[in-house]
Design a protein around this ligand. Structure first.
Ligand SMILES: [Zn+2]
Length: 151
């Protein structure tokens, strides 16, 4: 189990990746995948616009990179971090990859569709992921709001 200090450091890194995504012209989301001790395997951000790929959400970009780097399609026991709650596509992908825990910052926006919450997707799977939300909520919310052009 990671301690709160390390969890917050990793959410801070997801924020840095979200800031880079904003600069690139992508959506304001960043992710990190670590091993079970919290050592970083990959860190990256949303690339939907720059890769012209609607599935290039931060969490999925990180899964692809981690699998490539580790030469496996099984990320059992690994941990995923994002500055915001995942959409159902990313939630499903993380569980299919075997990710054990998911830590995120701010919560899904009310208008977001498909409006299926992370915990709902987790509950629908036999071997559900453990979801930990609301880490550095205020700071992660500001980045998403600014990146969406709402500030
Ligand atoms: Zn997503």
């Amino acid at each position: 189990m990671l301690d709160q200090k390390r969890i917050e450091e990793l959410i801070e890194i997801s924020i840095e990746e979200a800031e880079k995504a904003i600069v690139r012209g992508d959506d304001p989301f960043g992710g990190v995948i670590t091993d079970k001790e919290g050592n970083i395997i990959v860190r990256n951000g949303n690339r939907q616009n720059t890769e012209q790929n609607p599935s290039a959400h931060a969490e999925i970009v990180c899964i692809r990179e981690a699998c490539k780097k580790l030469q496996t399609n099984d990320l059992s026991g690994f941990i995923s971090f994002c500055n915001a709650e995942s959409c159902p596509m990313c939630a499903s992908a993380m569980m299919m990859a075997g990710i054990r825990d998911f830590y995120f910052g701010t919560f899904m926006e009310d208008w977001y569709t498909p409006h299926v919450r992370m915990q709902t997707v987790a509950d629908s799977m036999r071997s559900g992921i453990i979801v930990h939300g609301g880490i550095l909520e205020e700071k992660t919310r500001e980045v998403v709001d600014r990146g969406r052009g709402n500030l």
